[in-house]
Design a protein around this ligand. Sequence first.
Ligand code: UGA
Length: 432
Amino acid sequence: MKLCMIGTGYVGLVSGVCFADLGNDVICVDKDNDKITKLKEGIIPIYEPGLEELVKKNYKLKRLSFTSNISDAVKKSNIIFICVGTPTKKNSNAADLSQIFKVAKEISKNIKSFKIIINKSTVPVTTGDEVEKIISKKINKKLFSVVSNPEFLREGEAIRDFIYPDRVVIGTSNKKTNKVLKSLYSPLISKGAKYINTSRRGAELIKYASNAFLATKISFINELANLCEKTDVNVEDISIGMGLDKRIGGRFLRAGPAYGGSCFPKDTRAIVDTGSKFKTDLSIIKAVIKSNKDRSKLLLNRVSKILKNKIRNKKICFLGVTFKANTDDMRESSSIKMIPYLSKKGAKITYFDPTGYKKEFKNFKNVYNAKTIKEACNDSDLIIIHTEWNDFKSLNFEKLNKKKNFFIYDMRNILQNGKIKKNNKRYFGIGK
Ligand code: UGA
């Protein structure tokens, strides 16, 4: 099939490349000329394991092309995916849909034959209706069909998540369109993905409901971890014990720092905003947002306690600063709150992240980017494992840090299996 992806961010680029790998002709469009030039040279704008190889392979096979000419791409395609960003609006909780509407207008100028227009961006319920309205100002409704097809891939696992999704959700009441899309996704369905056809509004809401529910699961276990710390219980036992109940499920029950990234914080805010537009109080999601906001403060209090309330001049090492492992993404990472706070309190911070230097800390005093794990750890009073990179799981900290009597605060509970001696009074985890 002939597809075009408008927007080469995470969702657009990964889905476009994967669709090409399944044998479709895919044009990836972006208004950023520089990005397009680089993509043609095989330079990938995002850090995603396995993506570069797949881009190069499919570009060489001419199943994948890149352009900044949206009109041309729309004219040449039967299925058009809108994959632009929907960030939080300034001074509001609402999603900024200006890019979606701009693209819809552009598409409407270039429809000469029947097109399926798919919204893959995360958008509030009823956005598809707006897109349809914009296009129908210029084009007869018989010539296009607007569908919602949300994406559920995770950064760092994006390719595997695309190829082996739990489900494919298609929001359309148009039978013909549904048939075409079922056939587009048939290689994934034959590998076990469930295919769900629902209303367009239903599909839009499934995406927000899923992200908000996952965020709720994380906040739930994070608060339980707080109770575990007070009652001498290991939160990991709670996660396993709860998760074995199939009605609950064990995934997304890892306690840690506040959840971050470009999706959960933004999407929980946006669904609460949608709720208030439709006069519905989503009180549970509001509580989750608050709990997550308070979490960094809570963990910082524990840092202070570990250091016996003496933060000034203490050397604190951060291992990992991204919001999770296998990504270079810093958006809404809890380290963005923690490092500046500790720096203002007079600590000397050294951080190491496998994805290198982070501009987010450039204006803070005494914050230094170490080039190696050893350089970061050495001489530290406290080592904080902030992100669960594999690189940190089997370290011998006694060898890496010449200083005696240093503390470890393992915010991801990754140090186990004999690496930390039982009853070590200088080791602190989460929820234990
Ligand atoms: C999330 C969803 O998992 C995807 O399904 C969705 O497609 C995506 O948002 C999106 O809307 O685009 P992502 O933000 O890439 O994916 O990352 P996650 O793996 O979900 O992690 C989000 C945050 O939750 C991270 O800070 C992570 O460390 C934290 N987390 C996750 C926990 O603290 N505990 C867990 O058990 C799981």
